[in-house]
Ligand binder design. Structure first.
Ligand code: ACO
Length: 362
């Protein structure tokens, strides 16, 4: 009998050529390329190509409009529904019935449409749609995203969002990526795979909430005493948001690149964030000397997204925009394996019995 591993922790279910965080070295490489060598050098669209095709260049095609309006007011929920709808409207076929080139093209269309849908939803219904001619002035996919959302964007905001999208594009076998592979393994279509992965992001344990970091920054700004704030928070038994990680036993490399981005772009809250970070690291080291509790991605992504004027409720949808790249790469890889994911469970329920033994039988 195979060993029971709650939550599949430590279980290796796939071999992948895409990426897997280097836990001890604290680096993250996409198909061997360190994210530190990508940010500021190539655009998010190139990174989509690197992850999916293993090469730069092809990137993403122009977006097509979502055929049916989906407007509940919650951008992430709407994106999940809008993406699911694409399959019947576009006539997407199951991955099982198409070749790799068609699957790649479907994934590209779904990915870019996810971005454009989220940008349009972020703009809201109160503002007129940005004319296509204005969107077409963009030179990168991130700029297109920002133009569709805001009209003429601040170039530094575009850089900040691009850095975030690249840093969050892929992160190994996390919950949503695993979901996308499970659905892909059934031979489902590209839209079903991506829409289910968006669903997996709805939980705060994965979709994250960097907005909680902003609350800490607000408090430190208000009190002007990072050390005192950190001590009080830990004395109360609370956790410092943006510190510690389940996988990394070193600094989260995404924190490092986004800190550098915040510094380069002169994010106005850079100094307060640095003061909070050094107070937090010193206090965590003093209290937990045997455990590495370093800065994680949530801390500096909050600072970078705040700088780009991304409101807290759009942090998770932006995470979705980033992760469509990693999902697409994994969906295609899974298609190549052609094997249904079907783990087993140990049954611990009642033994054999008659329906009459079940409560509620009349
Ligand atoms: N602040 C204070 N103490 C902490 C923190 C923190 N941020 N992180 C861990 N600790 C302490 C725990 O209280 C625990 O102490 P104990 O042994 O006395 O009980 C010890 O360090 C180990 O904690 P675990 O929860 O076992 O560590 P784990 O590695 O499993 O948890 C996690 C990782 C959940 C991210 C944790 O560090 C945490 O809660 N951080 C704050 C929330 C956060 O930043 N989440 C975003 C993570 S990044 C991402 O999801 C993309």
């Amino acid at each position: 009998m195979s060993e029971f591993k709650p939550g599949l922790e430590g279980v290796t279910a796939f071999e992948t050529e895409i990426a897997e965080p280097d836990k001890d070295g604290g680096s993250l490489r996409y198909r061997g390329v360190d994210i530190e060598d990508l940010i500021g050098e190539v655009s998010y669209s190139d990174v989509w190509g690197l992850l999916v095709d293993g090469q730069f260049g092809n990137g993403l095609p122009p977006a097509q409009p979502v055929p049916v309006p989906v407007t509940s007011g919650d951008t992430r929920v709407d994106a999940q529904a809008a993406v699911a709808i694409l399959a019947p409207y576009w006539g997407l076929k199951p991955l099982l019935d198409i070749d790799d080139d068609t699957a790649r093209s479907d994934l590209a269309r779904v990915s870019v449409t996810t971005l454009s849908f989220i940008a349009q939803s972020a703009r809201g219904s109160g503002l007129p749609t940005v004319p296509q001619s204005e969107i077409d002035k963009a030179t990168t996919i991130t700029e297109r995203f920002m133009r569709r959302w805001r009209g003429e964007p601040d170039p530094d905001h575009v850089k900040a969002v691009d850095a975030y999208l690249i840093s969050a594009a892929e992160h190994g076998m996390n919950a949503s990526t695993f979901t996308s592979r499970v659905v892909a393994s059934t031979g489902a279509d590209a839209a079903a795979c991506i829409s289910s992965a968006i669903g997996a992001m709805s939980g705060p344990l994965h979709g994250g909430a960097p907005s909680r970091v902003l609350h800490m920054l607000d408090e430190v700004e208000r009190r002007d005493d990072a050390e005192g704030y950190v001590r009080e928070l830990l004395d109360r038994g609370d956790r410092l948001m943006g510190f510690g990680h389940r996988v990394y036993r070193a600094e989260d490399p995404r924190a490092r690149v986004l800190r550098a981005t915040a510094r380069t772009l002169n994010a106005p809250r850079f100094e307060v964030a640095e003061a909070l970070e050094s107070a937090a690291l010193a206090e965590l080291k003093a209290r937990k000397p045997d455990r590495v509790l370093a800065t994680n991605v949530e801390f500096w992504s909050a600072v970078v997204l705040d700088f780009a004027q991304v409101p807290g409720e759009l942090f998770t949808p932006l995470f979705t925009c980033a992760r469509v790249a990693g999902w697409s790469a994994h969906i295609l890889e899974q298609k190549g394996l052609g094997r249904l994911v079907r783990p087993s469970a140990t049954y611990v329920g009642p033994g054999p019995r008659k329906p009459t033994d079940v409560p509620g039988w009349e």
